[in-house]
Structures are given as structure tokens and as C-alpha cells.
Design a protein around this ligand. Structure first.
Ligand SMILES: [Cu+2]
Length: 527
């Protein structure tokens, strides 16, 4: 076959020629101290990976050298231990910006692994300053332990583990350091959801490639800056990669399948729908199953958001269905398609799986029980080099902690977005509920500090009514979320999950402290 493929030119890349791969499930070893608990050892290392049938193999960094990393399967309330050793090269193959927090005078290749969405003690959370280099020769100020303890005290859901190193997260994740962590819950078994071969995690990322098939990542923004290499306001790729393959396809039977979809991109959001105009049946969000199945025509996922959906192919025997992306922030001819399903496999036995109406017991948090309400801004400024920089609460990462929830308190956070882009705000340790979004007068707030709403509150969208750990803080909106700090004390963080924003100070510490509940205070937004 005479195919001229230039990996740098998406026009030349044939779509749907690679079979979708299901990431391999990791096998535990026995823990020497506690033989009853599964123990995993992952090695972060350089590997070779084939992103596309017609690309040469190229360098990646992966857990056990794989992209995505091996899937960890854990069971609710059963503790597991994971040690992630850093055997990465000493020199990074992507452009480090040495002016960023954490990168000045530090060893070049640092790493630390965060289990995203997990209820975990802070020393195992993968704090950005808990980084370490090869053989733990150098460690960050918050490094405490080599082996992470995951107790899995939370409802079953789709979590993911990924790099979270101070100032390097965008590069390490882009290089390949991300994998799934599926937490299984016995309450799910009675639901007869599609399982086994009929359950598939989908990690969606956008990448760009150089002509030789290597990963492209820019070393400067598209405007002049005095720093080189320099961080950019956000990297978006020109190809779509699912489970490590560019625009793959999956052969399916005419029956129901469960897909756990994760946006693991640096900066790109997606609005996903099916080309046959059929709905998807959403059963879960970031934090676990919904109380009831919801039929959705599309779902928006910003970086780090997950959705758990059932797609029914039973009426589409012999047909081809594409997952479309209709997001308009970075429109592109090629990034408007994600992957393809070919309903070409014969049905192997009767499809006994269900799309249950009721899924999981209702658990809710009510604003009237909140102990404290915080007004927290998302704002734009410039850094010491004159580059645009985005901040939370008008503060840099290293400014003293201001979000210090009392243990066992319920808090409401008003995320007041004063910038011109949305931001996916991720809070470590907790799962929260979205209460509402409400438009407000941005100019009045910026000039006089007065929060005046300009319209009625909007309900959360139909695909985001469950437990969330990442929320879209919309432009010109106050996004109101509620959470209960009831599991651990210690040093955590909250941040924007656009990785270029996070690496450039759009991240703040959280300290959960032992104090008694603070007195509930009124605030301007309630007036
Ligand atoms: Cu952001």
C-alpha cells in the first residue's frame, strides 16, 4: 500500500486504522509486611510506543514503560499499596521552563504520582512537592513515603493516576505518565451492568507529532516572551489519541457496552456525542454511580473529568458509529472525531446486561448545613517576566494557605471566574456536588469588589449531577460547589486542571485542620 503519512500533518494521517487497545490490568505482588494486602510496584521509565500503524515507534515515558499505564483494579474498602519507582532518564525530552515554581535550581527529572479523585491520607496523595528523583536521591519538601497506601474508602468509580510534579505536570503527563484506577464496589454487582469484555475504559488525549513521529510539545508561546523555553497558556494537539492510539476503532457486538471515559488532555475540552444521534445512558460521574440512570445526548468533559456511560449497539448491526467532538473552543476538522465503533462482531450469546433505572443510594449535601462559605476568585495577571498568568484567590502557590477547612466541616465554595476562559477546578481529597452556576457582573466585581448577580441560578447540567472532583468554572459565572471534609487532615491542594495553568501557579494549598467548626458567616453573594 502506498500511503504517504506525515505524522506532523493530520491531513495525511489515515483515521480508524488502529484497533483500540484495552490497557492491561496490573498484577499485584504480595506485600512483605502485610501479605493480605495487594502490593504493586510500577516503574516509571522511558519506552517505545506506536501511536499509529503508519508512524515509527517513538519515545514515551510510561508507568512500566506503557501508554496508558497498567490499569489498577481495586475493591472498595480493601487497602492496596503501590510503589512507583522513578527510573526515568536524568534529562527531560520535553522543554522545561526553569522559571516556574518548583523548577528553579531543582533536579531535572522529578516525579510524583497523584491518585486523582481518591480519598487518601495526604502523605499518599501525591502532593506536587512530594516529588522524588531516581533512587529517591533528591526529594521535595513534602515527600514522606515511598509506598502509597490506598484504603479505597469511597464508592466505586473510575479514578486515574497521573504525574503531579511541581512545575512539570504538563510535560510528564504529556510524555505518557497516566493510567486508570478502577475502584469496584459490591453494590454494583447486583446491577448487571455490562462487564468483562463489554466494559472499556477510554482515555482521550490530544497530541501533536513531529515529522519523525516523535511527540511535539511547544517550547514557547505564540507571542514574544523573554524566557526560553517558556510555558504556553495551554497546549492543544492536532490529533486525537484514545488509549494510546491515534483515532482508533473498536469492533463491537450488537449489544450494550459500558465505557468509562476520561479526558486526560492537557488543555483541550470535549463535547462528546454519537454520530447515529442515539443517546448515551449515563450511570456515573467522577465520584461514582448516579442515583438514577440519565439519558444524555452529549457530555462535556474538561481535563480530568470522567463519565461512565452505557451505549447500546443492539439496533446497529453492520453499521459504523463515530464518537464526535462538537466542542467549539478549539475547533478543528480532525479533532471533531474521536474514535469509531464497528458493529461487526456476531452476538456471542444473549445480552443479559441491564440499563437499570435506580443505581446507587442517594447521598446529598445541603447548603443549609454549611459551616463556611468561601468566595474564591479565578483571575488573570502577569508574572515577573510579563507573561500572562492565572491565579486562584489572587495568590501564588507559595503564598500562605488560606483554604483551611476544619475537620468534619461542610463548606460551600463560590468559584468566581473573572477570566475569559473556563477552568476545570479540581479539589483534592473530596468529592463534591455542584449546586448551581449563576451569571454575575464581572466588571463590578473587579472594580468595586461587589458580587451582583445578573441572572437566575442555573442547575448543574444533566451529565454533572453526581459526585464530582473536577468542575467547569464557567466564564462570567459563579460556580457553587459543596463538600464535606470528613476523612483526613493534612496538606492537600486545589487547582485548575488545565495542566499549563496548574504548572504556572493556578494552584493553591489546602490545609485541613483540627479546629472546631468555625461560626457560619453570611457573605455578599447571599444577599
Ligand atoms: Cu485554568
Amino acid at each position: 500500500m502506498d500511503i504517504q503519512v506525515n505524522p506532523a500533518d493530520p491531513n495525511s494521517i489515515p483515521k480508524f486504522v488502529d484497533l483500540l487497545k484495552k490497557p492491561r490490568v496490573a498484577k499485584p505482588k504480595q506485600h512483605s509486611k502485610d501479605p493480605k494486602c495487594p502490593y504493586y510496584e510500577f516503574e516509571m521509565k522511558e519506552g517505545k510506543h506506536s501511536f499509529h500503524k503508519y508512524f515509527p515507534e517513538t519515545k514515551i515515558w510510561g508507568y512500566n514503560g506503557m501508554v496508558p499505564g497498567p490499569t489498577i483494579e481495586a475493591i472498595k474498602d480493601k487497602t492496596i499499596y503501590v510503589k512507583y519507582t522513578n527510573n526515568l532518564p536524568f534529562k527531560h525530552f520535553l522543554p522545561i521552563d526553569y522559571t516556574l515554581h518548583g523548577c528553579v535550581d531543582s533536579s531535572e527529572v522529578r516525579s510524583v504520582v497523584h491518585l486523582h479523585g481518591a480519598n487518601v491520607d495526604w502523605e499518599s496523595d501525591g502532593h506536587p512537592e512530594a516529588w522524588y528523583t531516581q533512587k529517591y536521591a533528591f526529594t521535595g519538601p513534602n515527600f514522606r513515603r515511598e509506598v502509597h497506601e490506598y484504603t479505597n474508602h469511597q464508592p466505586g468509580t473510575t479514578l486515574w493516576y497521573h504525574d503531579h510534579t511541581m512545575g512539570l505536570t504538563r510535560l510528564n503527563v504529556y510524555a505518557g505518565l497516566a493510567g486508570f484506577y478502577l475502584l469496584r464496589d459490591s453494590l454494583e454487582e447486583r446491577l448487571d451492568l455490562p462487564s468483562g469484555n463489554y466494559e472499556m475504559p477510554l482515555m482521550i488525549q490530544d497530541k501533536s507529532f513531529n515529522e519523525d513521529g516523535s511527540l511535539f510539545y511547544p517550547d514557547a508561546p505564540p507571542f514574544p516572551v523573554s524566557v526560553h523555553p517558556s510555558i504556553t497558556p495551554g497546549f492543544v494537539g492536532d490529533t486525537i489519541v484514545v488509549n494510546g492510539k491515534v483515532w482508533p476503532f473498536m469492533k463491537v457486538e450488537p449489544r450494550k457496552y459500558r465505557f468509562r471515559i476520561l479526558n486526560a488532555s492537557n488543555r483541550r475540552g470535549y463535547v462528546l456525542s454519537l454520530s447515529n444521534d442515539e443517546p448515551m445512558f449515563q450511570i456515573g460521574t467522577d465520584g461514582g454511580l448516579l442515583t438514577q440512570t440519565t439519558e444524555i445526548d452529549f457530555v462535556e468533559l474538561l481535563p480530568a473529568e470522567r463519565t461512565d456511560v452505557i451505549i447500546d449497539f443492539s439496533d446497529y448491526k453492520g453499521e459504523t458509529i463515530t464518537i464526535l467532538n462538537t466542542d467549539t473552543e478549539f475547533p478543528g476538522d480532525h479533532t471533531s472525531v474521536i474514535m469509531q465503533f464497528r458493529v461487526c462482531l456476531p452476538l456471542r450469546g444473549h445480552d443479559c446486561s441491564q440499563i437499570p433505572e435506580d443505581l446507587y443510594p442517594e447521598m446529598d449535601l445541603h447548603e443549609c448545613h454549611a459551616h463556611i462559605i468561601r468566595d474564591l476568585t479565578l483571575s488573570a495577571t502577569t508574572d515577573a517576566y510579563g507573561r500572562p498568568m492565572l491565579l486562584l484567590d489572587e495568590s501564588m502557590y507559595h503564598d500562605p494557605a488560606t483554604e483551611k477547612p476544619a475537620f468534619d466541616s461542610i463548606e460551600v465554595w463560590n468559584l468566581i471566574n473573572l477570566t475569559f476562559v473556563p477552568h476545570p477546578i479540581h479539589v483534592h481529597l473530596v468529592q463534591f456536588k455542584i449546586l448551581e452556576r449563576r451569571p454575575f457582573d464581572v466588571d463590578l466585581y473587579q472594580n468595586k469588589g461587589i458580587l451582583e448577580f445578573t441572572g437566575p441560578p442555573e442547575e448543574p447540567r444533566d451529565y454533572e449531577r453526581g459526585w464530582k472532583d473536577t468542575v467547569k468554572a464557567d466564564i462570567g459565572m459563579v460556580t457553587k460547589i459543596i463538600m464535606h471534609w470528613k476523612e483526613h487532615k493534612g496538606n492537600y491542594i486545589w487547582h485548575c486542571h488545565f495542566l499549563e495553568h496548574e504548572d504556572h501557579d493556578m494552584m493553591r494549598p489546602i490545609r485541613i485542620i483540627n479546629d472546631a467548626h468555625p461560626v457560619q458567616l453570611p457573605h455578599a453573594g447571599d444577599m
